[in-house]
Write a protein that binds this ligand. Structure first.
Ligand code: 5GP
Ligand code: ZN
Length: 142
């Protein structure tokens, strides 16, 4: 996609610090890292949403992302890593080419996800699960 910043990075039209590349995915250093070493893993094919990425590519993104997470721990002495993917603007997606964040974490890195924990009324979780399942299509392209 010609106007997409990440497609331009893959094509070499915009510079990036590449860390890994294969037939399906491209991985590079995030320009504004949560912690130093923060990596982005992207499909070489343009997909706005993770939901339309072919399974082989999506699987490669997860494999490469998690193995790069291990490499971050070994090479840079981190304790752990988060894999994060924002799908849609309301979820925080800014660049509309799907990307998996690999965020290296340290026990004292002072970064907290803004995570909250709500509660269900009796039966509400099961009712919701049933409603969602009725709309679930594993191989739909939308
Ligand atoms: P999002 O908020 O869409 O999940 O994350 C987009 C990420 O892309 C951000 O972490 C941002 O720092 C990174 N980013 C945006 N533009 C560029 C760029 O031109 N080069 C690199 N290396 N990273 C970028
Ligand atoms: Zn793109």
């Amino acid at each position: 996609m010609s106007s997409c910043i990440f497609c331009k990075i893959i094509a070499g039209e915009i510079p990036s610090v590449k860390i890994y590349e294969d037939d399906l995915v491209y991985a590079f250093m995030d320009i504004a890292p949560i912690n130093l070493g923060h990596i982005l893993v992207i499909p070489k094919e343009h997909h706005e949403s993770a939901s339309s990425i072919p399974e082989a590519t999506a699987g490669r993104m997860m494999k490469v992302g998690s193995r790069l997470g291990i490499a971050l721990k070994r090479a840079l002495d981190y304790d752990a890593y988060n894999l994060h993917l924002a799908d849609g603007k309301a979820a925080g997606q800014v660049v509309m080419h799907a990307h998996l964040h690999v965020v290296p974490r340290g026990v004292d890195d002072d970064f907290r996800w803004n995570w909250r924990q709500l509660a269900y009324a009796d039966g509400e979780a099961a009712a919701m699960a049933e409603k969602v399942l009725a709309k679930f299509k594993l191989n739909d392209q939308e």
